[in-house]
Write a new protein. Structure first.
Length: 105
C-alpha cells in the first residue's frame, strides 16, 4: 500500500494529480486508520497498469463498488491463473475485460 505522496513521486505528478486520478475513478484507494492508501499493484513502474481504467469502468458498470472492484482484481482465480490484476500486468487484458463485462449480466 502506498500513500498519495508515494504515488505522486512514482508517477512524477503532484498530489493533486493523484487525487484527481482517484476522483475520476482511474485509481482505486482505500481509507485506513493511517489515511488514504493506494494498492501498489495498480501501478506499473511510474504509470497506471495498462487497461486498468477500462476494467474499472466495466466493473463499475456491473454495479461493483470500489472496494468490491479491488477485491475482484486481487482475488486469485485458478482459471486465469493468478489474479485479474496480475493478468493485466502480463498483458492478458482481453480475458480480464471479457470477464469484467460478463459480471454485469
Amino acid at each position: 500500500m502506498l500513500t498519495q505522496t508515494e504515488v505522486a513521486e512514482r508517477m512524477g505528478i503532484g498530489p493533486t494529480g493523484v487525487r484527481d486520478l482517484i476522483k475520476s475513478g482511474h485509481l482505486l484507494s482505500i481509507k485506513t486508520d493511517e489515511g488514504v492508501r493506494i494498492p501498489a499493484g495498480q501501478l506499473d513502474g511510474d504509470q497506471l497498469v495498462k487497461h486498468l481504467v477500462p476494467v474499472l469502468t466495466l466493473l463499475r458498470d456491473a454495479g461493483y463498488t470500489d472496494d468490491e472492484a479491488l477485491r475482484w482484481l486481487t482475488t486469485p482465480d485458478d482459471t486465469i491463473p493468478g489474479t485479474p490484476l496480475q493478468a493485466l500486468h502480463e498483458n492478458r487484458a482481453t480475458e480480464i475485460k471479457r470477464r469484467a463485462q460478463a459480471l454485469g449480466f
